[in-house]
Design a protein around this ligand. Structure first.
Ligand SMILES: *Cc1c(COP(=O)(O)O)cnc(C)c1O
Length: 361
């Protein structure tokens, strides 16, 4: 053989250095690690979905523009008429499209630290530089540090999750707006947790020419369908559309989502249940000695313990899966993140947590 084929000679060094995104196995676990909605759809709606799926012409390619689905989304999410909508296979794909489109040589993606890890990962996928500006100790935006970093790096794109993941808080809106004004590039506000937050920048789109808004149906209850949205001015979205693969939203996702959107009240009621449980879970966690519990406007709660790694593993041994954030960032020392589940799941989690904390003492 004339060649010895070695991936390290062919694959980009940044890719060789990456670790694949790890999703832990969760069969049989109380799954409180991934911000999923814990509730199933009502039986009648499940049956409606069955017939819709059965009748879908899956031998044909789907509508590449998903026109009917977009109409339904515009109505359900009250999207301003002047704004365009682009759909992604989850909002992860939208982040990737934005990165591909802006990856000029030397272009910089900026976010905060700690932030949603896909911002950094996808910047790397697209051969872009990434800069993360640390939040303050209480996870607020550090405006001075942001303005300084913007002036120094001239980021092509800033991603800010609102509420933030993994911290759960909403940033101050006026600070966000100052960042948008100071940025020579675009600012993408990622409202993945909008359903749990009573806040949005959707009303600001008309005022800020470099503002884009991202939403997803994943946290609201359709994580398995993979559907994310980018909302913004046609001037930006028409460019991003060129990079969207034509059939990125399957016919099943299109048809099933349209069906569920006709019963949007079901999802919104489930979000209300989750918000109520968030209040209870937060109170119960706060009542435990030695825990520092952070405020949340999302469907998860971040808290700090004395020995996060140990507690995480012992919970896992008891079939309760949450997220260990210890050692992922200095501000997240000994921090764990729990998704709000059903009342039963949350009680199981709290009971196990209390037992373990007592046995450690
Ligand atoms: C979960 C999450 C997403 C990803 O959503 P998908 O639409 O499922 O890809 C995006 N942004 C943030 C901040 C998230 O937490």
């Amino acid at each position: 053989m004339p060649h010895s084929y070695n991936p390290s000679d062919i694959i980009r060094p940044e890719v060789l250095a990456l670790k694949a995104y790890h999703v832990p196995p969760a069969t049989g676990m109380v799954k409180l690690d991934a911000m999923e909605n814990p509730y199933a759809l009502p039986q009648a709606l499940q049956s409606e979905i069955s017939s819709i799926a059965a009748a879908a012409p899956i031998n044909r390619y789907p509508d590449p523009n998903a026109t009917d689905l977009k109409t339904a989304l515009r109505k359900a999410l009250i999207i301003p008429d002047q704004m365009d909508v682009m759909l992604g296979n989850g909002s992860d794909e939208i982040i990737q499209i934005i990165a591909m489109a802006t990856a000029r040589p030397g272009a910089i993606v900026m976010s905060v630290e700690p932030a949603f890890v896909m911002f950094r990962m996808i910047a790397t996928f697209a051969n872009m530089q990434y800069t993360g500006v640390p939040l303050t100790a209480d996870f607020a935006l550090d405006l001075d540090a942001m303005l300084e970093a913007i002036a120094r790096h001239h980021p092509a794109v800033i991603f800010l999750a609102y509420p933030n993941n993994p911290t759960g808080n909403l940033f101050d809106e006026s600070t966000i707006l100052k960042i948008i004004e100071a940025t020579p590039g675009i600012v993408v506000i990622d409202e993945a947790y909008h359903a749990f937050a009573d806040a949005s920048v959707i009303g600001k789109l008309a005022d800020y020419p470099n503002l884009l808004l991202m939403r997803t149906l994943s946290k609201l209850g359709l994580a398995g369908l993979r559907l994310g949205l980018l909302i913004g001015r046609p001037a930006w979205l028409s460019e991003f559309e060129k990079l969207r693969l034509p059939y990125n939203v399957s016919i099943l996702t299109q048809r099933v989502t349209q069906t569920v959107l006709r019963h949007m009240d079901v999802l919104l009621n489930q979000a209300e249940l989750i918000k109520n449980e968030r209040v209870r879970l937060h109170a119960q966690l706060s009542a435990i000695d030695g825990l520092k519990v952070f405020p949340s406007d999302a469907n998860f709660i971040l808290f700090r313990v004395n020995n996060a790694g140990d507690l995480f593993h012992k919970l896992k041994q008891r079939n309760i899966l949450i997220k260990n954030l210890d050692r992922t960032h200095a501000l997240l020392d000994n921090c764990l993140r729990v998704t709000v589940g059903t009342p039963e799941e949350n009680t199981q989690f709290i009971t196990a947590l209390k037992t373990l904390l007592l046995s450690v003492k």
